[in-house]
Design a protein around this ligand. Structure first.
Ligand code: ADP
Length: 893
């Protein structure tokens, strides 16, 4: 991956001369040559040579030198205590990190301390909570290819979510990649990953793991016979390689490889799906509809569709909601089942409140069980699992008498796991220590031997507590003290003046300035006994803890089933909360096979995100079906066209996710895919590249849209000249209308297109109007049938903040142009040109006083008139308009 990785050259030159420690480092670097090796030396993780240069630079830590008999080596280290944040920086910079811990007690080592790589941290295989976003999955993807098929497997190592699919076209896989947005991808060596468009670290992995037979065996070991599920070789190979990678990056239990299971038993569930099973939302659509991320921030609020919907109470629900939104459903039955559940939650107001409160006590048990299963969980994690299981019976009680099929099923799926819960409760202390090797983890009552050892320890300590008093009495030394320090252990301290009174059985342990410290044979014996008991008890606790942890790990599948039920209940209740508080309506889902071609019928629809940022939002209707499937939407800038189009798409996404929708009513026939070509107006930089992007997106739409798709087109042909743009827009309209038949909303400034719509049977016009007063344009944001009649570039320029002087001048110029002698030479159909860029005839106020023509008279005015006629105000962005005006003004002056 990086030329600097692998064993350092400088050490290679030394060969056998290296000190044992550096030779150990060298070997680990050679073995993990795709990773940066962090090498534990005491309280630090050290890196050497080239790796030290990298870490020093990226982590802003000091680079020092290590000198030994064989030479001087650059060295840079990070403290183990806050290694995670440093590791995160290394990941962000594109590195994998192999953590090599000391796996032997230095005191027990005869030579160099034994070290082993205990985990490999990569962006896609994180399991440490500190490094993960609780509200999002963290996927690692694996891409495979055959001559005629492409495979994709996706695994969230931190939760066990595992998906696989395949397709004949690369672009279909690329769409799935953007749907899941993996943090990392692996490919077979030699594979070109570019076409998959993965926006993450992509690296080749061990070719052997991709071998068809090896992969099939691995898949079988995890999920049973592979051929029942995975029909395609590319799928088996992708899954097999990914499992191998997950095992490779796992490392050993608690930082040692001692007793970690070979398999990761929490990976027990594989979901195979067809891209066509879900509504397709490609990268462009995900972005422009702002489902998860905001592209532009309007106003102060930075909200997305996910942000509006996420009223979930726990991390499990939050992740599930995102998962549902990422994959809206197509089958009416599945959608209805969710809607029934949401509806029931909306009706059961009190139960909903209670449940949402209870769900707040639910820990992220999906990630907990993964850590438990990987042997990386501590006692607190087990306690958190227990606390979550305590919620289960409460929640079941809350849902007593629920009726919708889905909720009844989910309630039944809420296994209390009483055995697991009780085992944890019996074994693990209420408030256990964070470390699992140093005691204070297991309740003494859990194990007889442990209880005995702790009792011995307690008795011994009690004896010592009493010792001071009894020795004072025996010796008659009132100032005698019994104490403890970590080097010398227990001692009896006598000050110098009293040394004469010391009995014979006192042995000298330590001499201080004013006192001597002693021990007696009996004290020594007691002390040894306490120590022995303590050490043995700590070890025993560690052992017992791991036993309990393994046992709980063995119940992964059941815990995951509970986690899934809790997550779904949380999402359904959250959707109900949104529906109830935001006045959403249950959509009617129409089955395509019913054949009434009902398409999309929305009454009083609102944009779920914009309505939150707007003081008042104007609801609008939508009616698209197979008869009237192509709407040309016209209206001036800022009148609400793109808000309207996106709102239609978002309502569709919501409905197919199983959510209520922001509308008075909605009848929706599921769409197979939403295509968007919107937002060129945001690309103020404009120019060629914008046009290229636009055409690429357009090509994808024209190639893959079907009559069941929803297509949003905004200003197609904008990035090129007016004539080209119009020609393209017209051709696209005809093609989509005649050949594709998709439900389409096409916003345009080309008023000529409204005539095209009149000519095509399935097309019709919609428009947004504007009320024009003398000084400003007022939009009512209301969609109406028919074509728009005017757009008001100049006023929009004023609203955008163009200085008054410029606006005034442009009004004059417009008026002038209107009167100008070359009017008949205007390009384009005269009525269109007039509608688009000129004030209506009549008595505009600026006519009353003649335009102020500059001193040198008509020559300049005439030039300007020509220039102005060439300007297509309607298709300009405010900034372009401003620049143009500034330019004209400069010329005039
Ligand atoms: P266009 O695409 O026609 O240029 P937009 O859809 O971007 O216009 O809308 C411009 C602004 O108008 C939005 O940012 C929003 O603030 C407001 N707006 C749009 N539609 C509505 C509506 N239905 N009700 C209230 N405000 C709206």
């Amino acid at each position: 991956m990086d030329g600097a990785l692998g064993p350092p050259e400088k050490m290679a030159e030394r060969g056998d001369d290296l000190t044992p420690m550096l030779s150990q480092y060298y070997d680990l670097c050679a073995e993990y040559d795709d990773s940066l090796v962090l090498f534990q030396v005491g309280d630090f993780y050290e890196t050497f040579c080239e790796a030290a240069e990298i870490t020093a630079r990226l982590l802003e830590i000091t680079r020092t030198q290590r000198e030994d008999s064989t030479g001087t080596y650059p060295m840079a280290g990070i403290p183990i205590d806050n290694a995670e944040s440093y590791i995160e920086t290394l990941l962000d910079a594109g590195y994998r990190v192999a953590v090599a811990d000391q796996v032997q007690d230095p005191e027990e080592a005869t030579g160099v301390v034994e070290r082993a790589v205990t985990r490999i941290v990569t962006p896609g295989t994180l399991t440490e909570d500190e490094l993960l976003d609780t509200e999002d999955n963290n996927f690692v993807a694996c891409l495979t290819e055959d001559p005629d098929r492409y495979g994709l497997a996706l695994l969230d190592v931190s939760t066990g979510d595992f998906y696989v699919t395949s397709a004949r076209r690369e672009s279909a896989i690329a769409d799935e990649v953007s749907r899941f947005a993996p943090a990392e991808a692996i490919v077979e060596p030699g594979t070109d990953a570019d076409p998959f468009d993965a926006d993450c670290m992509v690296s080749p992995y061990d070719a052997e793991a991709f071998d068809a037979e090896a992969a099939a065996e691995r898949v079988e070991a995890y999920f049973g016979s592979p051929d029942t599920q995975l029909a395609e070789d590319v799928e088996t190979r992708a899954c097999g390689a990914l499992l191998a990678y997950a095992e490779y990056t796992r490392g050993g239990e608690d930082g040692g490889s001692a007793d970690a299971a070979d398999r990761l038993d929490y990976l027990n569930h594989l979901t195979r799906y067809e891209p066509r099973e879900y509504m397709l939302l490609d990268r462009v659509a995900l972005g422009s509809l702002e489902l998860f991320e905001r592209r532009t921030v309007h106003g102060d609020e930075d909200v997305t569709l996910l942000g509006v919907l996420d009223e979930t109470s726990c991390a499990l629900g939050s992740r599930k909601l995102k998962d549902w939104l990422r994959r809206p459903l197509l089958e009416p039955d599945r959608i209805e089942s969710r809607l029934d559940a949401v509806e029931e939650w909306t009706r059961r107001v009190q139960a909903r409140e209670a449940a949402r409160e209870q769900l707040r006590d639910v820990y992220d048990i999906e990630r907990l069980i993964a850590r438990i299963s990987r042997g990386r969980a501590n006692a607190r994690d087990l306690r958190s699992l227990k606390a979550t299981l305590d919620v289960v019976p409460e929640l079941k009680a809350t849902m007593d008498g629920f009726e919708s099929e889905r909720l009844v099923e989910l309630r039944e799926a809420l296994d209390e796991l009483a055995d697991v819960r009780d085992r944890i409760d019996r074994a693990i202390r209420e408030d256990p220590a964070r470390e699992i090797t140093e005691g204070d983890v297991i309740k003494p009552s859990y194990d007889d031997e442990l209880a005995e050892l702790r009792e011995t320890e307690r008795e011994g300590k009690a004896w010592i507590d009493d010792l001071e008093a009894s020795e004072r009495e025996r010796t008659g030394i009132d100032s005698l003290k019994v104490g403890h320090n970590s080097v010398h252990g227990y001692y009896i301290e006598v000050t110098n003046p009293n040394l004469d009174s010391v009995p014979d059985d006192y042995n000298r342990r330590q001499t201080l300035k004013n006192a001597e410290r002693f021990y007696t044979p009996e004290l020594k014996e007691r002390e040894d006994e306490i120590l022995r008991a303590e050490n043995r008890a700590d070890d025993l606790e560690h052992e017992l803890f791991r036993e309990v942890r393994r046992e709980v790990a063995g119940e992964s599948e059941r815990v995951q089933a509970v986690a899934d039920a809790l997550a779904q209940l949380d999402v359904l209740a959250a959707l109900a909360e949104v529906a109830a508080t935001r006045d959403y309506a249950r959509p009617e889902i129409v089955d395509e096979s019913d054949g009434d071609g009902s398409g999309l019928r929305i009454e009083g629809g609102r944009h779920p995100v914009v309505e939150r940022t707007q003081r008042s939002f104007v609801p609008n209707d939508t009616d698209l079906d197979s008869e009237r499937h192509f709407a040309v939407v016209t209206g001036p800038n800022m009148s609400g066209k793109s808000t309207y189009m996106r709102q239609v798409a978002l309502i569709t996404v919501l409905a197919q996710t199983g959510s209520f929708v922001p509308a008075a009513s909605a009848r929706i026939e599921p769409v197979d895919r939403i295509f968007t070509r919107v937002g060129a107006s945001d690309d103020i930089a404009g120019g060629r590249s914008t046009f290229m992007v636009e055409m690429t997106e357009l090509a994808a739409i024209l190639q893959s849209a079907t009559e069941d798709s929803l297509v949003l087109l905004d200003e197609v042909g904008r990035g090129t000249s007016t004539t080209d743009g119009l020609a393209i827009a017209r051709a696209v309209t005809e093609y989509v209308h005649d050949e594709v038949g998709a439900l389409t909303l096409f916003a345009t400034h080309h008023h000529e297109l409204t005539e095209t719509a009149d000519d095509l049977p399935g097309a019709f016009n919609l428009h947004f109007a504007a009320e024009r007063t003398d000084e400003e344009v007022v939009f009512d944001h209301e969609v109406r049938e028919g074509a728009a009649t005017a757009s008001y570039g100049v006023q929009v320029a004023r609203e955008a903040g163009v200085p008054d002087a410029v606006v005034e001048r442009s009004k004059d110029l417009l008026a002038d142009a209107d009167d100008g002698p070359e009017e008949s030479a205007a390009s384009g159909p005269p009525d269109a040109a007039e509608r688009e860029s000129l004030p209506e005839r009549g008595s505009p106020p600026e006519r009353e006083s003649p335009p102020e023509v500059v001193a040198d008279g008509s020559a300049v005015g005439g030039d300007l008139a020509t220039r102005l006629r060439e300007v297509d105000v309607a298709t300009m962005t405010p900034l372009e308009a401003m620049n143009e005006l500034a330019e004209l003004k400069r010329e005039v002056e």
